[in-house]
Design a protein around this ligand. Structure first.
Ligand SMILES: *Cc1c(COP(=O)(O)O)cnc(C)c1O
Length: 435
């Protein structure tokens, strides 16, 4: 019997280890940082150590540690020379910060629909959204899978755009052998506790190949000041923020980074094992991985396909919610993520921005910008059908292994195959309750 109907849950509490995976080396790194961090003096050795390590990992010569991925992305947009009213292309299906980083620079996000297989920016839809105000593209490596960076790079170069990589969900993945974080002209990545490279708390990483972009990003990071040498002149040249990372978060992330490569191999193998185990289970579509890239499964997205169970007459949403309830009740963490394309959020749909319609209404933008999620049918369908495993609640990272994945698969098999009639009944009840 389904656990949601009173049966015994299939997974015991603690069967899947949470993310991040904390070792004694991480504990020691944080304690060492405590010893070294006093008296306060910027930049801390721990912080520059993290920057150097990410530079080495990605091959990007200039790295700045920041206090969130949101901050790192804002730094990248500003360092791209994006000015008020300029336009930046962003995917319609992503986390808010991939788009709000553009607003933070008083510029205008212009959304582009995503590819139905990779869930990343569809290169074929980019050019029709380019105008004479377009300055940059934010390519997001969503779920743990790199975007199609070569195709995006070709368009960006031809049209004179800066390609910014949002690497927040895919540290450790590769595209044609090149590491995530090095695939754009610049990259911004999150170190939020849930991410594949985790600071346990909050953090971010900005990276660039270009010295001038590095200088511009650093001004945004530290109060708009230039830091020419040892002495600080306390003269803000531009509007800046305090985006410095917490030293203990930096120490934790630095320690995790030493194991990122091996942890990514485990993640890849785990995701592939689950996909194999779910082969032939109807009602869900498992994620695809193009041969030229690796997937590190920050999220393992499942798109529900009630049509395959002959449930054409019932709303997709009712099946999705019934499946999520049933799977969670069995002890496997699954959830909806981004219930709608980003342009559907009130901030955009009602052009709220900073208030009084800025930056759209402040005189610098081309008139006529408006946002309607229905303009992004692939993203809308993905948002309707998507449930995700992964992140912290059903982690694909170590110490979880192929045996753990087998247990994840058993839950989905129980709910979708063995107890299909009960799931269909639950779907009908869910649909009736929603009416
Ligand atoms: C997490 C995330 C961010 C923001 O990072 P924070 O560190 O939470 O500010 C940006 N983009 C994507 C795709 C993310 O998943």
């Amino acid at each position: 019997m389904l656990a949601v109907d009173g049966g015994a849950p299939l997974l015991a509490e603690g069967e899947a280890a949470p993310w991040p995976h904390i070792t004694d080396a991480d504990r020691k790194a944080v304690l060492d940082a405590l010893e070294q961090a006093t008296p306060w003096h910027w930049p801390m050795r721990t912080v520059t150590g993290l920057e150097e390590a990410w530079s080495e990992f990605t091959g990007m010569p200039h790295v700045l540690a920041a206090n969130s991925g949101t901050a790192a992305l804002h730094m990248a947009v500003a360092a791209a020379g994006v000015e008020p009213g300029d336009e930046v292309l962003v995917p319609a299906d992503t986390f808010l910060a991939s788009a709000s980083c553009v607003l933070q620079a008083n510029a205008i996000p212009v959304f582009v629909d995503t590819d139905p297989v990779t869930f990343t920016l569809d290169p074929a839809l980019i050019e029709e959204r380019i105008t004479d105000r377009t300055r940059a593209v934010v390519a997001v490596d969503l779920n743990g899978l790199p975007a199609d960076h070569d195709a995006l790079r070709a368009i960006a170069d031809r049209r004179g755009l800066v390609l910014i990589e949002d690497a927040s969900q895919a540290h450790g993945a590769t595209y044609k052998g090149r590491p995530v974080g090095s695939l754009g002209t610049m990259s911004g990545a999150s170190l939020n506790g849930s991410k594949t490279l985790s600071a346990l708390g909050e953090g971010g990483l900005f990276a660039t190949r270009d010295e001038e972009q590095h200088r511009l990003a650093r001004r945004v990071l530290m109060f708009g000041e230039e830091l020419p040498g040892q002495s600080r002149d306390y003269n803000a040249r531009i509007m800046g923020w305090n985006y410095r990372i917490d030293v203990l978060a930096a120490a934790f992330a630095r320690s995790q980074l030493t194991r990122l490569e091996e942890m990514s191999l485990v993640r890849q193998a785990n995701g592939a094992a689950l996909t194999r185990a779910l082969d032939g289970v109807p009602g869900i579509r498992t994620p695809a991985v193009p041969e030229d890239r690796t997937h590190v499964y920050f999220f393992y997205p499942l798109l529900v396909q009630p049509e395959e169970l002959g449930l054409d007459g019932l709303p997709v949403a009712a099946f999705r919610d019934a499946l999520a309830r049933a799977v969670n009740a069995e002890g496997l963490g699954i959830m909806r993520w981004q219930p709608q394309p980003v342009p559907g959020q009130t901030l955009f749909r009602e052009l709220r921005g900073y208030g009084r319609g800025c930056p759209w209404s402040c005189g610098h933008a081309r008139p006529g910008h408006h946002y309607d999620p229905a303009q992004y049918p692939v993203s809308e369908d993905v948002c309707l059908r998507r449930l995700v495993l992964g992140q912290s609640f059903s982690s694909f990272g170590p110490p979880n292994d192929a045996a753990t994945m087998h247990r994840y698969a058993e839950v989905l098999y129980k709910v979708l195959v063995e107890e299909r009639e009960a799931l269909i009944a639950l779907t009908r009840r869910t649909a009736a309750a929603a009416r």
